[in-house]
Design a protein around this ligand. Structure first.
Ligand code: PGA
Length: 255
């Protein structure tokens, strides 16, 4: 990555793991390990852990995010949480469009775009996830598909709003499988994403936007993935549940 142009962001995605007490304990373990990070460090935790996580992270360089938000401000949406609810409690980041939301909970490119806009309107930083299924990679449509996902989600945003967007390229076949994209595969798609942003918002916006790779990034492969020009960080699932592993990735991004 080019640290002169943009900042590295390592974000953990805890998914449906950890009780509030466990979240506090894990963050307590992480704080001393990541305190000298030369990158942004974020943990996206379950909704019910947000309060405990923010308290545990207070005074440290760890920022807290959620894993989803609804696109309406309020209303009859049982089980959903609005972006305003998150920002009102001090949450700073939110993931939108994770492939598990798209696959299991019916999120579409259009609803992901709406969730992203709601997040930005509420003053949150949105981590927009895009990525292809293995079948789609085999069909040779990865670049087109990821570009399309980005285009639909970013449609209608201003360049100013885009400053609060991070894009995470997460090939679905690499998530939680232990099978990581090669650094060249990651670089290739992250470059396509940056070109897509450039076509929509111009070069300055494209140069400035942080694009993460996600999908079985771990303490061993982080160095190589993060050495690529267009890979500006990582969205980390499994390895973010272990303090030492997560800290090793943060160190790799701090070089
Ligand atoms: P993983 O998950 O690191 O466990 O593959 C990444 C993600 O789903 O964001």
């Amino acid at each position: 990555m080019d640290k002169k142009l943009r900042s590295a962001v390592i974000a953990g995605n805890w998914k449906m793991n950890k009780t509030p007490a466990e979240a506090s304990a894990l963050i307590g373990e992480m704080i001393p390990l990541v305190k000298d990070a030369d990158c942004d460090v974020v943990l996206c935790v379950p909704f019910v852990d947000l309060d405990a996580a923010m308290n545990a992270a207070k005074g440290s360089n760890i920022k807290i995010g959620a894993q989803n938000c609804h696109f309406e401000k309020s209303g009859a949406f049982t089980g959903e949480i609005s972006a305003d609810m998150l920002s009102s409690m001090g949450v700073e980041y939110v993931i939108v469009g994770h492939s598990e939301r798209r696959t299991y909970f019916g999120d579409t490119d259009v609803t992901v775009g709406k969730r992203l806009k709601a997040a930005l309107d509420a003053g949150l930083v949105g981590i927009l996830c895009v990525g292809e299924y293995l079948e789609q990679r085999k069909q040779g449509i990865t670049a087109e598909l990821c570009a399309m996902q980005v285009k639909i989600a970013l449609q209608g945003l201003t360049a100013e709003k885009l400053k609060n967007v991070i894009i995470a390229y997460e090939p679905v076949w690499a998530i939680g499988t232990g099978e990581t994209a090669t650094s060249d595969q990651a670089e290739e798609v992250c470059a396509v994403i940056r070109e897509t942003v450039e076509a929509m918002f111009g070069k300055a916006s494209a140069d400035a936007i942080t694009i993460q790779y996600g999908g079985s990034m771990n303490a061993k492969n982080a160095d190589e993935l993060l050495s690529k020009y267009n890979v500006d960080g990582g969205l980390i699932g499994g390895a973010s549940l272990k303090a030492a592993d997560f800290a090793a990735i943060v160190s790799a991004a701090s070089k």
